[in-house]
Design a protein around this ligand. Structure first.
Ligand SMILES: CC(C)=CCC/C(C)=C/CC/C(C)=C/COP(=O)(O)OP(=O)(O)O
Length: 183
């Protein structure tokens, strides 16, 4: 796997962004890339900026990565933007994070549509603030027929919560006779 990723690393010879894209295109490109965004706070601290400035910068990076992934022919890009545990952060930070999808999509949705990107989300949408739900829902609706890269936002997502939900559903199906027990 690491060998496969080698062409993604910057090599010794300086080359333009376009050249590097062509270089990568010559190699096998993963069909799904998932990114856990981390280090925003540290990025900001290093520059004596508030943590939220790091999140804002992270949002801008999402645009760059989306463009690049689409260009390279990646089929799905999952961006882990807010975990089920992130609600424990200070309210001001949570409020800021919840406004980012709106800002991102308010600015870049026309570009995503033009680039044939389909917006999707995983996570508990119902628990998001109305304004966040509205922005994500609109983007999903407006891009539902697009056939290019799937930009998948993990918002209020947690793998533990997802596993527990899955197990509960299987238990319900067993109880209701939709699944038969295999002993
Ligand atoms: C378009 C869109 C929805 C963009 C997403 C915005 C974004 C960058 C979200 C990431 C938020 C987050 C909790 C990052 C973790 O870094 P951290 O705060 O834990 O950083 P640290 O480890 O340095 O403290």
């Amino acid at each position: 796997m690491l060998n496969k990723m080698n062409p993604w690393k910057k090599d010794q010879n300086p080359s333009s962004f376009g050249d590097r894209v062509l270089q990568i295109k010559d190699h096998e490109v993963p069909s799904h890339v998932a990114i856990i965004m981390d280090g925003n706070g540290r990025w900001a601290k290093k520059r004596a900026l508030p943590r939220v400035a790091g999140h804002h910068e992270g949002m801008k990076v999402v645009r760059k990565i989306t463009k690049l992934a689409n260009e390279l022919g990646v089929k799905a890009l999952t961006v882990y933007a807010f975990s089920t545990e992130n609600w424990k952060r200070p309210k001001m930070e949570v409020d800021f994070l919840m406004k980012l999808p709106e800002e991102f999509l308010g600015t870049f949705l026309p570009e995503l549509i033009e680039e044939n990107v389909r917006v999707e989300m995983i996570g508990y949408m119902d628990e998001l603030p109305e304004h966040t739900k509205r922005a994500v829902g609109k983007a999903m609706e407006d891009t539902k027929n697009n056939t290019g890269l799937v930009l998948n936002f993990a918002l209020n997502y947690g793998s533990r919560a997802e596993i527990i939900d899955g197990v509960k559903r299987v238990m319900d199906d067993v109880k209701n006779g939709n699944i038969t027990r295999v002993s």
